[in-house]
Design a protein. Structure first.
Length: 210
């Protein structure tokens, strides 16, 4: 795999992941393996375009979760979970088929959560996982707080489900599928889209095309 990817290369990378017949084969990829939860020192050497395989615990939440977390922080309230050094995956889990831990669990469009990125990074969130480009303000917040944004491949919900080892409710159970969950994952494939210096692979690609 080319670790110096740009958005135009993502379909090729996605195809490579989809061709894998055994999850263990992900070990052979040249992406960097990172155990979670990580810290800012661990991610500091990652650069936009780097392929990464994540293993460990990640939080899962979308619009409603982010609205509640942001409101709590603005009101000086304690959060229901500690977000320090955590990654937040933008995803709404599908019902689990028989004999499966989780249903298809591909990423949600990340720009929907742009208004909440800065306040969560400021209060300790390590980074985010989603699909698609982010606003300039998100890249600036990543640079200020040394955070990161990972791109997850759209259309690979089944592959990501095969990476999940466990799912538990973390908070806001009343939101149902929109609640805050925690996943335990192994070899979860992503690409660094915005690195801790604020370099944005999408912005870089646009400049190249111009």
């Amino acid at each position: 795999m080319n670790n110096n990817a740009n958005p135009g290369d993502f379909p090729k990378q996605k195809q490579e992941f989809e061709k894998l017949e055994e999850l263990e084969e992900l070990e052979e990829l040249k992406g960097r393996h990172i155990s979670l939860p990580a810290d800012k020192e661990t991610i500091s050497s990652l650069q936009a375009g780097d392929a990464v395989l994540l293993s460990g615990s990640i939080l899962v939440g979308r619009d409603q979760v982010h609205k509640r977390l942001a409101a709590a922080l603005r009101n000086g309230e304690e959060l229901p979970v500690d977000i320090t050094n955590q990654l937040m995956y933008y995803m709404g889990p599908a019902p689990a088929p028989p004999n499966m831990i989780i249903g298809s669990c591909g990423p949600t469009t990340a720009s929907r959560m742009d208004p909440f990125a800065e306040i969560l990074l400021k209060h300790g969130l390590l980074g985010m996982i989603g699909k698609g480009p982010r606003s300039r303000s998100v890249a600036e917040a990543a640079a200020e707080y040394r955070g990161i944004y990972f791109y997850a491949f759209g259309g690979c919900g089944a592959l990501y489900a095969s990476c999940v080892r466990a799912i538990t409710m973390a908070a806001y159970e009343d939101l149902g599928p929109e609640a805050l969950y925690r996943l335990e994952v192994k070899n979860f494939p992503v690409v660094t889209a915005i690195d801790p210096s604020g370099k944005d692979i999408y912005a870089s690609s646009e400049k190249t095309m111009k």
